[in-house]
Design a protein around this ligand. Structure first.
Ligand SMILES: N[C@@H](CCC(=O)N[C@@H](CS)C(=O)NCC(=O)O)C(=O)O
Length: 209
C-alpha cells in the first residue's frame, strides 16, 4: 500500500487529493508543524533527507516533490485518469502546468509569504508579486472557454495549481479574476478534495499578509 508522509497545513494535501480521486487506499502518517516557526519536525528527515513534505513510499521507492509524486501516481495507478501521456495531444501542456506550479508560481508565492508584513515596495516583494501575478494572469486567460487547466478535462495539473492559487489568494495576489475564482471554487468542491481535507486537515497555514 502507498504510504504518505503528510505535513499539516501543507501542499502534501495535493497527494491525498489525487489518491482520493483515484480511490486508492493509502496509509497516512501526519507530522505536525512547530506552532511558532511553522517548520516541519525533524522526524520528517527519517522519511527523506530533505525533511520536506510530501514524501511517498511505494513498491520500495521513496519519492519527494509533489509534482513528481502526482505524475508518478497518475502514471502508475491512474489508468489514463488524471494524467496525460505522450499519446495525448495536450501532454506537453500538462507537463508544463505540473512543473510551472512549483518551478515558477510557487517560488513567487513563497517570496510573498516570507516578506509578509514587510515593505511592499521592497525588491523581493515586488518580484514575488510580479511572478505570481504573471501566473494568475496566464491561468485566467487559459480558462476562457474551459472549466479546467486542460481543455480535455480535470487532471493532476488542477490539483497542483489548486494549492498555488489558494495560497496566492491568501496573500491578496489573485486579484479580480472571475474565471480563476470560479475554477478554484469548482475544483475545491470536488468530493475528493473535501475527503483529503477531512483526513489531512486544512492546507493553508493560519497566517495572512
Ligand atoms: N517543491 C517541493 C516543496 C516541499 C516543501 O517545501 N514542503 C513544505 C510543506 S508545504 C515543507 O515541508 N515545509 C516544512 C519546512 O520547510 O520546514 C514540493 O512541491 O513538494
Amino acid at each position: 500500500m502507498i504510504k504518505v508522509h503528510h505535513l499539516d497545513y501543507s501542499r502534501s494535501t495535493r497527494i491525498l487529493w489525487l489518491l482520493e480521486e483515484l480511490g486508492e487506499p493509502y496509509e497516512l502518517t501526519t507530522y505536525h508543524r512547530d506552532p511558532s516557526t511553522f517548520r516541519a519536525p525533524a522526524e520528517l528527515k527519517q522519511a527523506h533527507p530533505l525533511g520536506k513534505s510530501p514524501v511517498i513510499e511505494h513498491d520500495g521507492a521513496v519519492i519527494a516533490e509533489s509534482g513528481a509524486i502526482l505524475e508518478y501516481l497518475a502514471a502508475k495507478l491512474g489508468d489514463g485518469r488524471l494524467g496525460r501521456s505522450p499519446a495525448d495531444a495536450d501532454w506537453g501542456e500538462y507537463l508544463e502546468w505540473l512543473h510551472a506550479g512549483e518551478g515558477t508560481a510557487m517560488m513567487g508565492v513563497v517570496m510573498l509569504m516570507l516578506v509578509r508584513g514587510c515593505d511592499k515596495t521592497s525588491r523581493a516583494s515586488a518580484y514575488g508579486l510580479e511572478v505570481v501575478d504573471g501566473a494568475m494572469a496566464e491561468i485566467e486567460a487559459k480558462l476562457d472557454g474551459r472549466d479546467y487547466l486542460l481543455a480535455s478535462g480535470f487532471s493532476a495539473a488542477d490539483i497542483q495549481f489548486g494549492y498555488v492559487v489558494a495560497v496566492a489568494d491568501q496573500f491578496g495576489a489573485v486579484g479580480d479574476r472571475p474565471r480563476l475564482r470560479a475554477w478554484l471554487a469548482r475544483v475545491t468542491a470536488r468530493p475528493a478534495y473535501i475527503a483529503a481535507v477531512e483526513k489531512g486537515g486544512p492546507w493553508l497555514l493560519p497566517i495572512s499578509r
